[in-house]
Design a protein around this ligand. Structure first.
Ligand SMILES: *[C@@H]1O[C@H](CO)[C@@H](O)[C@H](O)[C@H]1NC(C)=O
Ligand SMILES: *[C@@H]1O[C@H](CO)[C@@H](O)[C@H](O)[C@H]1NC(C)=O
Ligand SMILES: *[C@@H]1O[C@H](CO)[C@@H](O)[C@H](O)[C@H]1NC(C)=O
Ligand SMILES: *[C@@H]1O[C@H](CO)[C@@H](O)[C@H](O)[C@H]1NC(C)=O
Ligand SMILES: *[C@@H]1O[C@H](CO)[C@@H](O)[C@H](O)[C@H]1NC(C)=O
Ligand SMILES: *[C@@H]1O[C@H](CO)[C@@H](O)[C@H](O)[C@H]1NC(C)=O
Length: 425
């Protein structure tokens, strides 16, 4: 199938930019925040003109591809991400939460990204940002940090413009620049005073979340590090399915109220990429059979960055080529329908109803069995069903469609990630 990216992505540029749909604006309580899909009817970022199912899938795949290049570039420590020229690819993360910044509080709908440490919001006067910006002049608690601030040494490409600590960096295919700043950030009802974030002055490119980014990585500048006393580097989420966009999921911050009955696998640390949540994926089962995968396709290697990460911002799970091919072939054998077709980057699609096997991700100490709703996408017209996974160049990424309707618990102090089935949509 031939795809014209520009026509697919164009409608997104007409996003209405303001707050949540009032019908959806129930209050966040305690340390629990509602999580919305960006295309939810609640979200101001949904396309103003609904995309067709095929357009939506192809666009999502294109965005994933860009994110994958970005994640791989993080691993390889290259700062510039190659993006095919002429393609406007939106690859903002998929889920948003509400955060309040400043005194009195200003509400922003920030994108949640477990593979980033940084938090940043567009500030008034920002060139290239969306129309909803944080008006820092109206906040009595806002401060711009100077070059002498210890945290200025942690930001990428710091410079001293005047006396302010300014930085610039790439995010996906975009570049952003701003001042390192501090203000109170309130998540649900918990204020985090003197929270350090980027106050954006300039952006270029299309992958910048319009109202800012909330990085949930575990590196030094992250929310987790800065709210250590409050949340002890522990959080969990349940992501709502994008088949039921009217539902919201939840983000629970801190150790209180986390599920007790949950299976865990150890978190692995890659010193070269401290923010990524690496885990040890040891094998994959299709139905009851363990698939024959060359061990080095799954092996964690801190020096090359290879291995498996859990990411909230990629939509469809990616496995490195030999692992993907083995899983796909086993899946096709089980489905036993001869006519396999493709759709964009998905190569295992069917135009007749199928009986699909489950796929079990076998991590050290934890098996996660994915049912059909986490594995298959169906066109709305019912004409085509695809296995919602594809191959990756360097890194296995357990993506958000495969996490939907699960509680995923990140417990950094105990160095483990938990998974439990939970229907949140
Ligand atoms: C980023 O900052 C560096 C200096 O730290 C500067 O040389 C470079 O031009 C800046 N890039 C952008 C896109 O602003
Ligand atoms: C950001 O830094 C620049 C350069 O120092 C300064 O001119 C500008 O006023 C600062 N903006 C904010 C919001 O702090
Ligand atoms: C926040 O910063 C202000 C001014 O720098 C300081 O007076 C206050 O004690 C800080 N609050 C906390 C909780 O660190
Ligand atoms: C979602 O909500 C909107 C408006 O609140 C409603 O019109 C629509 O029917 C709902 N969709 C589903 C699938 O429930
Ligand atoms: C496979 O697809 C082709 C072309 O669409 C069709 O002619 C053929 O009948 C299909 N075969 C089966 C077994 O469904
Ligand atoms: C995962 O499943 C395999 C069987 O395929 C079993 O041998 C293993 O003990 C299970 N692991 C856990 C932690 O339950």
């Amino acid at each position: 199938m031939k795809i014209h990216f520009a026509t697919l992505v164009f409608p997104l540029i007409f996003w209405l930019v303001h707050g949540l749909n009032p019908q959806c604006a129930t209050q966040d309580h305690g340390s629990n925040l509602q999580v919305f899909h960006v295309y939810s009817p609640c979200s101001p970022f949904k396309p103003s003109k609904p995309l067709s199912w095929e357009e939506d899938v192809l666009q999502t795949l294109a965005k994933d591809q860009a994110r994958l290049q970005y994640l791989s570039s993080l691993v390889a420590k290259k700062s510039v991400v190659p993006i095919a020229s002429g393609r406007q690819i939106m690859q903002s993360p998929t889920y948003i939460v509400r955060a309040s910044i400043g005194t009195p509080p200003q509400t922003m709908l920030m994108a949640m990204d477990t593979s980033s440490d940084a938090a940043w919001v567009p500030c008034t006067g920002c060139i290239g940002c969306s129309s909803t910006a944080f008006d820092y002049a109206k906040s009595t608690t806002f401060k711009t940090l100077g070059c002498q601030a210890a945290l200025c040494k942690q930001v990428p490409n710091p410079t001293c413009g005047g006396s302010a600590c300014t930085f610039n960096m790439t995010y996906g295919g975009s570049t952003i620049a701003g001042n390192l700043s501090q203000d109170t950030v309130t998540l649900a009802t918990d204020p985090v005073p003197n929270y350090t974030f980027g106050c954006l002055q300039k952006t270029a490119g299309s992958s910048v979340p319009p109202q800012g980014l909330l990085g949930l990585g575990r590196g030094p500048l992250s929310l987790l590090s800065q709210s250590q006393n409050l949340y002890q580097s522990t959080f969990s989420y349940c992501l709502p399915s994008f088949r039921s966009l009217n539902f919201s999921g939840s983000l629970k911050l801190g150790p209180k109220g986390q599920p007790l009955r949950i299976k865990y696998t150890p978190l692995l640390k890659n010193p070269r990429r401290p923010s990524l949540y690496y885990v040890n994926l040891v094998a994959i089962r299709v139905g009851r059979r363990v698939v024959d995968i060359p061990p080095n396709a799954l092996a964690f290697n801190p020096s090359t960055g290879a291995g498996t990460i859990i990411d909230s911002g990629t939509v469809f799970t990616r496995l490195v080529q030999p692992a993907y091919v083995a899983v796909r072939d086993a899946f096709r054998r089980r489905v036993r329908v001869a006519n396999v077709t493709s759709l964009g980057g998905f190569d295992t699609c069917y135009t007749v109803p199928i009986m699909a096997p489950t796929i079990t991700l076998m991590f050290s100490g934890m098996n996660v069995t994915l049912p059909q709703e986490n594995l298959l996408i169906h066109s709305t017209a019912g004409g085509i069903t695809c296995l919602a996974m594809s191959s990756a160049p360097a890194l296995n990424v357990i993506a958000n469609m495969q996490q939907q309707n699960h509680r995923v618990l990140f417990d950094v102090p105990n160095s483990r990630v938990g998974f439990a089935r939970e229907r949140c949509s």
